[in-house]
Ligand binder design. Structure first.
Ligand SMILES: [Zn+2]
Length: 98
């Protein structure tokens, strides 16, 4: 599998091979999501000024993973590693790459 990466040594594209992926560290934590609730309209289509808007905060559990990716250039043989950080929402299975 080729990557659109560039070799830092010879500058060649398309010659880079991904050789390894190592999970270096994994930390669990939370991120805070906010949501406003309670905004209501009065019967006349006007925003009721006496309605209290509640801001709800939810703590979402996440996992911060740091990977070390190893690459080798097929052209000149240079190999190097790069760090990759991934934040995963626990339970949902979706991942975002920074
Ligand atoms: Zn190279």
């Amino acid at each position: 599998m080729s990557f659109l990466k560039r070799c830092p040594s010879c500058g060649k594209h398309f010659e880079v091979r991904h050789t390894a992926e190592t999970l270096e560290s994994s930390q669990t934590g939370t991120i805070t999501k906010t949501r406003a609730t309670g905004a209501r309209y009065s019967g006349y289509g006007v925003m009721d000024p006496y309605t209290n808007v509640t801001v709800e905060t939810t703590e979402v559990p996440v996992e911060h993973d740091t990977y070390e990716e190893a690459y080798t250039c097929k052209h000149c043989g240079y190999s190097w590693t790069e760090k990759k950080k991934v934040t995963r929402r626990l339970g949902s299975g979706t991942a975002t790459t920074e």
